[in-house]
Design a protein around this ligand. Structure first.
Ligand code: NAD
Length: 352
């Protein structure tokens, strides 16, 4: 075994069915008497549901969260928060809404309760990606880690089946890269293996039977573990490629992860055979890259970057950006191999 460092994260986690009913107690524990509830416009009904469980500790709703946390939206929310005199934030939604909660907590120093409704995993990480003037910047700061995370499986039942599938693959991507992160630890690897197993076995049932609570619970549990891995390690090539592609071509987050993951995993596989052995064990398949590619296909989700609207000329641009300021990766990054990887992902070919 090699040397490692493992930091204990400080987020309080509640997991179960109907856990949103404990929101008022959690708000009280954090000293919130006038919380601002955050959501996207689509999830305003869930924001109202959260408010209804605050037992008078809610000051209002800001339903303007959007993808990539634009600073203009954050400033708008801060203005609302000031005029309402709020003393904390409750985000209910996917990574976009969690991101807004993190941006507000960072700027105000106020507590943040996150109630995730996708499998993206932002709620367990000290990472915030913000967009200003068309550029996305990422900061890693412990102050953006939510104080409390309430996982309520009931809130995930409405997540559309295909979105559930690709969001689950987004979560698996965190655990795949945590396996071979330069700063991984034995505890992270345990969580990563278990997270992949729970999602890989649970997602097909979630997609086939979106109201199956046991399947949803299994998937959400897996997503939590994968999110914890994301928060405790530094990601490699796969995440770099997705950041580059999302930022350059405005591609949808979860779908991009789902398409790129099998190709990035295949690229790194020979460099880290021991770690890949754990991923094989979690998935129960000798060729995990192929298995993940087939899983995405089975969801009926796009398997090609060109189907998301990326132009072919973008491949060269993405290779250049991925090599500029690269993330630490177990396999050396070479122009030709990366071009091959991205062209396969663009075409939707089976991973090499
Ligand atoms: P999202 O938050 O943008 O949600 C996608 C859509 O699904 C939205 O319209 C949302 O309202 C809707 N939705 C979410 N949950 C739903 C539910 N249960 N029922 C019905 N509709 C629902 O998508 P996402 O993939 O969760 O998050 C993507 C964003 O999160 C990106 O901006 C990404 O960069 C960020 N992210 C950040 C981190 C981090 O650690 N900082 C980690 C993962 C993702």
């Amino acid at each position: 075994m090699r040397d490692f460092t493992h930091a204990i994260p400080t987020t309080r986690v509640l997991f179960g069915s109907g856990t949103i009913t404990r929101l008022a107690d959690e708000a009280r524990t954090l000293g919130m008497a006038r919380a601002l509830v955050l959501s996207t416009s689509q999830q305003k009904p869930q924001a109202h549901l959260a408010s209804s469980h605050l037992e008078g500790r809610g000051a209002g709703i800001f339903a303007g969260a959007v993808m990539h946390t634009p600073t203009s939206v954050t400033e708008h929310a801060i203005a609302d928060a000031r005029s309402l005199g709020v003393d904390g934030f409750i985000s209910i939604g996917g990574g976009s809404t969690t991101g807004l909660g993190k941006a507000l907590a960072l700027r105000t120093g106020l507590p943040h309760i996150s109630i995730p409704t996708t499998y993206a995993g932002s709620e367990m990480t000290p990472i915030l990606g913000e967009t200003a003037d068309g550029t996305k910047k990422t900061v890693r700061d412990i102050r953006v880690l939510p104080n409390t995370v309430i996982y309520d499986v009931d809130l995930t039942l409405q997540l559309p089946p295909r979105m559930s599938g690709v969001s689950g693959l987004n979560a698996i991507a965190h655990a795949v890269e945590a396996h071979y992160a330069y700063d991984t630890s034995p505890i992270v690897q345990l969580m990563a293996e278990e997270g992949i197993r729970a999602l890989y076995t649970g997602l097909p049932l979630v997609v086939a039977q979106p109201n199956n609570k046991d399947a949803r619970s299994n998937a959400l549990y897996g997503a939590w573990l994968c999110a914890a891995c994301l928060g405790q390690t530094t990601m490699a090539l796969h995440h770099k490629l997705c950041h580059v592609l999302g930022g350059s071509f405005d591609l949808p987050h979860a779908e991009t992860h789902a398409i790129v993951l099998p190709h990035a995993l295949a690229y790194n596989a020979r460099a880290v055979p021991d770690n890949i052995a754990r991923i094989k064990r979690a998935i129960g398949h000798d060729a995990p890259a192929i298995a993940l590619y087939e899983l995405n296909r089975a969801f009926g989700a796009p398997t090609a970057l060109r189907d998301l609207g990326m132009p072919e000329s973008g491949v060269e641009h993405a290779v250049a950006l991925a090599l500029k300021d690269p993330y630490q990766n177990p396999r050396l990054l070479e122009v030709d191999s990366l071009r091959h990887l991205l062209m396969n992902a663009w075409l939707g070919a089976r991973p090499a």
